[in-house]
Design a protein around this ligand. Structure first.
Ligand code: NAD
Length: 498
């Protein structure tokens, strides 16, 4: 059995204690076992990182950026290898796995701008003979706790800015697909990152709690489900850390009567069923405005859904999506689908009997489409995180807008329309962090920032973009006066600048 340990002080180490199974979701087989770090193992990794950090923090930003430049080259060199390892543990198709690596790589590219992004502010002659300037300094040791659904992209969203800013970084990846984060650490060592600055410590709740309770760790970035986000936010903050946590989602796509219905249907297919619906920016609720719009939309969606090809990542270029990540995820999706039927939604496309010959033990879920879902139903309220699209019919634009605004999640949303006025009004009024106008999955590019509102995001500042350089540094402001030959003598009152 292939054993996956940790990556500590520049090399792979074997874990000493508990282990968890890592599955191949396409076959249902256990393909590896990953070590689950104890508190003592995590504390040691953090202490070693703290010892390595001061020299890295004192290295000039341009030299740190050069390590990231080389990392980008190596990521491109190993793209196919990374994608294959990712698909084998996660289940997503190879092109989608390449996208996962690519969207992480783009954040590394952004972080190569560290020398510019870390420049402080300077005021010449803030007072007589006085200059004032600010600098951004690394925090020390910081940590990231990441989910299974983007095992390359989200670790890179966190490690690249943290390291570019001069910190040491502890990564606690998802225990369901730990191989790619280990490969990323190897590539960073090959790129010239000194040992101890990126510690990949695999584990579960025990490892996470060890991070949250360790006094050396100054900041924690988390991405995952909302209940865990809330837990990590409150425990991390109570321990005096800087914490940002990004949680679950229920993204609505409003389809106005004037929308191009073919374009809207195509967008919903990709955004609703891509990666088996296991994306925090997936569209899981379609909200057509008006009965006629709803009928036309459903009519366009059904044949497209029936054509979807579900299969393993090895199944060829025409596979649209793969299995979900675990048997437990498959079971949870099944029971939510049943609750939708029991609560009166209309199951227009029924994926329950989906079976893939030769892969009977894989965690495949056929595509489902619900119509006439209401806002009281569990399938509307909960994040399903599977290939299940719910349609909620709205009578008016205002009803559709309120529906999205009243949902507890606020990660992403989209409106499909030809009406610029409706689109502007929507973008301005909606209480959701990322908005698409005729774009179903509005994931901001690396140089903008990514983050949801309401129960989808806790804490200040977003991921990547300029916010990430603020999150991983603290500002120090210096007021300097160099005495001239003429001394003014002592001052006893608090001086205001004049
Ligand atoms: P998860 O919450 O189960 O796990 C996330 C991380 O938390 C993992 O590293 C896991 O080991 C750890 N963890 C799990 N249970 C824990 C516990 N009890 N105590 C401490 N740590 C614990 O999430 P997941 O299933 O890996 O990922 C899917 C979820 O992530 C979905 O809800 C999805 O919407 C969300 N997500 C959000 C974003 C975003 O940016 N908002 C991005 C991707 C995924």
């Amino acid at each position: 059995m292939h054993a996956i340990g940790h990556y500590i002080n520049g090399g792979q180490v074997v874990g000493t204690g508990r282990r968890a199974d890592v599955f191949n979701p396409a076959t249902g087989e256990v393909q590896a076992q990953v070590s689950l770090a104890s508190k003592a193992e995590m504390d040691k990794a953090i202490a070693d990182a703290a010892a390595a950090q001061p020299a890295w923090g004192a290295t000039n930003p341009q030299k740190r950026a050069r390590v990231l430049m080389e990392f980008v080259r190596l990521l491109n060199r190993d793209m196919n290898k990374l994608a294959e390892a990712l698909s084998r543990e996660h289940g997503k198709t190879l092109p989608d796995a390449c996208g996962d690596v690519q969207r992480g790589l783009e954040v590394v590219e952004f972080c190569i701008g560290a020398p510019h992004l870390l420049k402080g502010e300077f005021t010449d002659s803030a007072g007589p003979g006085i200059d004032m300037y600010s600098m951004r300094q690394p925090l020390g040791v910081v940590a990231g706790i990441t989910p299974f659904n983007f095992p390359a992209m989200i670790p890179m969203w966190k490690m690249a800015p943290a390291l570019a800013c001069g910190n040491a970084f502890i990564l606690k990846p998802s225990e369901r697909d730990p191989s790619v984060p280990m490969m990323l650490a190897e590539l960073l060592s090959e790129a010239g990152l000194p040992d101890g600055l990126l510690q990949v410590v695999n584990g579960d709740k025990e490892a996470v709690d060890a991070i949250l309770d360790n006094e050396t760790v100054q900041a924690v970035g988390f991405v995952g489900s909302t209940p865990i986000a809330e837990y990590i936010y409150s425990r991390g903050c109570a321990n005096g850390k800087r914490v940002q946590c990004f949680g679950g989602a229920k993204n609505h796509m409003i389809v106005m009567p004037d929308a191009d219905m073919d374009q809207a249907a195509d967008a919903l297919i990709g955004a609703g069923y891509g990666a088996a619906g296991e994306r925090c920016m997936a569209i899981s609720v379609a909200v057509p405005v008006g009965e006629d719009t709803a009928d036309r939309l459903i009519e366009k969606l059904v044949p497209r859904i029936e054509k979807l090809k579900v299969g393993p990542y090895t199944g060829g270029a025409d596979v649209d999506y793969g299995p979900v990540v675990t048997a437990a995820a498959k079971e949870r999706i099944g029971s939510l689908v049943q609750s939708g039927i029991d609560q009166g939604a209309e199951l227009v496309v029924d994926g329950r009997d989906f079976n893939l010959q030769g892969y009977e033990d894989g965690f495949f879920v056929g595509p489902h489409l619900f119509d006439r879902v209401t806002t009281e139903m569990d399938i509307y309220k909960q994040e399903i995180f599977g290939p299940v699209l719910c349609t909620v019919r709205a009578k008016t634009y205002d009803e559709a807008l309120s529906m999205a605004m009243d949902h507890e999640y606020g990660n992403g949303t989209a409106i499909f329309t030809r009406d610029g006025d409706a689109a502007r009004d929507f973008a301005s009024r909606i209480n959701i962090g990322m908005v698409g106008i005729n774009v179903p999955i509005p994931v901001p590019l690396a140089y903008h920032t990514f983050g949801g509102w309401k129960k989808s995001g806790f804490g200040d500042l977003n991921q990547h973009g300029p916010d990430s350089f603020r999150f991983y540094t603290r500002t120090k402001t210096v007021t300097a006066r160099w005495p001239s030959g003429l001394k003014e003598g002592g001052e006893f009152h608090f001086k205001a600048m004049d």
